[in-house]
Design a protein around this ligand. Structure first.
Ligand code: 5RP
Length: 218
């Protein structure tokens, strides 16, 4: 099975975790897009969804799957999303697609978070690829300087505005041995909205598509 087949397999395997009549939070990205196609086959068995991005909302609606505003429903029973990297502690790096702030809100607001990934995303030490940070536009230079003090190398993601109207700094050259500490330090900088480290509140369950089948870390 190649990477794409592993994504498809894990996006199918997660269906058995979806309770009837539930509200499901839905993440963003290519793995989740496979999941959304599968979810359409169950759309009459669930109450509906909450979307983590405008792109996901459009896909859900196009398939006739109800989408609710998070403010109008009780806590979603389950949040399903993918990640750019994962480790054995179910901690994640997310945000290549730029939707991580709303994804983090849904991960926090939901009773459980199942992360669906392919095995290429396993990483022992985070930082090998950049950590995205969503920033209020007027704070861009200030936040950049604060990140340099934390020994990171921030790069402005050009031509990108998040669904929340903010900019993204991708931080290179970190070897992250204490992800929870760094996640909190970034959150503590005025002007930072959220960052792509999902370490303090990791996934409840990782479902991993591998060459040998689906692996679980719970
Ligand atoms: C978007 C994300 C995605 O979950 C992450 O980028 C993985 O995407 P893909 O399923 O396309 O590999 O965090 O903000």
């Amino acid at each position: 099975m190649d990477q794409e087949d592993q994504k498809k397999a894990v996006a199918k395997a997660v269906l058995e975790y979806i309770p009837e009549n539930s509200i499901i939070g839905v993440g963003t990205g290519s793995t989740v897009n496979y999941f959304i196609e599968n979810l359409a086959t169950l759309k009459h068995q669930i109450e509906g969804t909450v979307a983590s991005s405008l792109a996901t909302e459009a896909r859900l609606k196009a398939l006739g799957i109800p989408v609710f505003d998070l403010n109008t429903v009780p806590a979603p029973v389950l949040y399903i999303d993918s990640a750019d990297h994962y480790n054995a502690l179910r901690q994640l790096v997310k945000g290549k697609g730029g939707a991580f702030t709303r994804e983090k809100i849904l991960a926090a607001a939901s009773q459980q978070f199942i992360c669906i990934v392919d095995e290429s995303k396993e990483t022992a030490v985070f930082g090998e690829s950049p950590i995205p940070v969503e920033v209020i536009p007027m704070a861009r230079s200030f936040v950049g300087r604060e990140i340099v003090k934390l020994n990171g190398d921030p790069v402005y993601r050009i031509h990108t505005l998040t669904d929340n109207g903010n900019i993204i700094l991708d931080v290179h050259n970190w070897s992250i041995t204490e992800p929870i500490k760094l996640e909190k330090a970034l959150n503590n900088i005025s002007g930072v909205v959220a960052n792509g480290l999902f370490a303090d509140n990791p996934a409840t369950l990782l479902l991993i598509g591998t060459k040998a089948g689906i692996k679980k870390i719970s």
